[in-house]
Write a protein that binds this ligand. Structure first.
Ligand SMILES: [Zn+2]
Length: 484
């Protein structure tokens, strides 16, 4: 990992009631005597990140690293934190972030730090900076509130070389993409990511991804994938992810594992079996998840991908052409009504439409009615197309089943990946995951629903993701590890 920005370091203290930061309790640096530690955290229940049972202990920290864990009642420190009644755990590691375009403006990343997160992996779902070295350099200059690593995104690389063209790359184009992946890996990328529902990644055949994943594999990277389908074809999509891992010989991380088509709710059981079978055959597959039944992504995913080729102006041209518009609407109707079983688009809520904030927080069915259209799916599809014509929107889609969320969360191979960013506070009606995913795991799924033990939940947010992405000295409370 070349990329560990040391920003504000923190030692995480979580209460059994939820995550919160403790302020300074007292200073014990006595005149004349050099204190033994910079910080001692006393009287907490230690959950070390490895999944082991909690134990009572104190943590001594010097120079940003954990020096000792044990009984330190007599030790002197510049600062002593009394953690009585609370849990002391490693800083959380979130492996599925999208901070590009947010963290540059808000480098303190308060929303993450307040939710206990101290290290992140960004560049997911195929979307990353292409020139990672330059970007890391800029971030280093600013300094960040969290440690940051990035994947190199397939969509970013493909767009850089081929635009949004709906075709296979030429040999020369593929070679250029491979060179960009190699460069990013040399500059510190932790692997290759794909977003196979998004333009232009959706136009890629499996072989193209295998070729690029092989380059990441040469540098010890992994393959993280927003799969080609999370609904009716999700089983085939898991199969494709595993095949890429097998053929390119690298570990696979299935991103935000879920089932989004209500007709296929329950498929998570089979997906988890696929993962376990792959592991039994020696393929290293794991997954991440955000603990919600709503997803968040763009409005354009409701359109057939061919309609998005060539960019925004091309789309507007197609929407203005009556026969092309009809074809787009017909395909959407077939998908939404027949494949996904929806009668209305009330599950689809606008999080943010940059061109008109009065839509924020309303669902498509409501907007359709406000526009005095008939209350049916066909008209709601026309409303989506009009919204796309005006500039699209960031959306929230309520389309998962709690049972799938719980089943995936309870699996030992699942780690935290909130799929959020560093949003400007107070803008739009965003998905809450950017602010509260860790607190929700601890509050709703550990304390209330008892889906996982506290120690296991902490492991999913610390040691497991740290090991997965190669953060060698983070994610555990151990002497010598960073105290964040
Ligand atoms: Zn994604």
């Amino acid at each position: 990992m070349n990329l560990s920005f040391r920003g504000i370091w923190v030692c995480l203290v979580v209460t059994l009631l939820g995550a919160l930061w403790l302020g300074e309790v007292r200073t014990s640096a006595e005149a004349g005597n050099e204190p033994a530690y910079d910080i001692v955290i006393r009287n907490g229940r230690i959950v070390d990140g490895g999944g082991n049972a909690w134990f009572w202990g104190d943590v001594g920290i010097r120079g940003g690293r954990i020096v000792r864990i044990g009984r330190l009642e007599e030790a002197t420190a510049q600062r002593i934190i009394d953690a009585a009644g609370r849990v002391v755990a490693p800083g959380f590691v979130d492996v599925h972030m999208h901070v590009e375009g947010g963290i540059e403006e808000r480098p303190a990343a308060d929303n993450l730090v307040a939710d206990g997160v101290t290290s992140i992996v960004t560049g997911n779902c195929g979307g990353s900076e292409v020139k990672l070295g330059e970007w890391f350099g800029q971030l280093k200059q600013t300094g960040l509130g969290v440690n940051l690593a990035s994947l190199i995104g397939h969509n970013a690389v493909r767009r850089h070389v081929m635009g949004t063209e709906n075709r296979a790359p030429t040999a020369e184009e593929l070679a250029r993409m491979e060179a960009l992946v190699a460069q990013a890996m040399e500059e510190g990328a932790v692997g290759l990511s794909t977003g196979l529902i998004y333009v232009p990644g959706t136009y890629a055949e499996t072989d193209e991804i295998v070729a690029l994943a092989r380059v990441a594999a040469r540098y010890g990277g992994l393959y993280a994938t927003h799969m080609r389908n999370e609904g009716d074809k999700v089983i085939a999509a898991v199969e494709e992810a595993i095949r890429i891992g097998r053929e390119a010989r690298l570990p696979v991380e299935i991103s935000h594992m879920k089932v989004t088509n209500k007709l296929f709710w329950g498929a998570s059981a089979q997906m988890l079996e696929q993962v376990e079978q792959a592991r039994a055959q020696g393929l290293d597959v794991t997954m991440d998840q955000y603990p919600y039944t709503a997803s968040s992504t763009r409005l354009d995913i409701l359109l057939p991908s061919w309609a998005l080729a060539g960019g925004r102006e091309e789309l507007r041209r197609r929407l203005a052409d009556p026969s092309e518009r009809r074809q787009i609407a017909d395909e959407m109707f077939a998908e939404l009504r027949k494949v996904q079983g929806y009668k209305h688009l009330d599950y689809a809520v606008v999080a943010r439409a940059s061109w008109d904030s009065s839509r924020d927080g309303k669902n498509i069915r409501q907007i359709n009615r406000e526009w005095k259209r008939k209350d049916n799916l066909k008209q709601e599809i026309q409303t989506v197309l009009d919204l796309m014509d005006k500039g699209g929107a960031q959306m929230i889609y309520h389309r998962m089943d709690e049972k799938d969320v719980v089943r995936i969360l309870g699996h030992p191979l699942t780690m935290l990946g909130r799929d959020g960013g560093v949003p400007a506070f107070g803008t739009g009606k965003p998905h809450p995951r950017s602010y509260g995913a860790s607190a929700r795991i601890l509050g709703r799924y550990v304390r209330e629903k008892k889906v996982v033990r506290l120690e296991e939940a902490i492991r999913k947010m610390t040691a497991l993701p740290a090991q997965r992405f190669g953060f060698a000295d983070r994610g555990l409370l151990r002497a010598g590890f960073w105290a964040d």
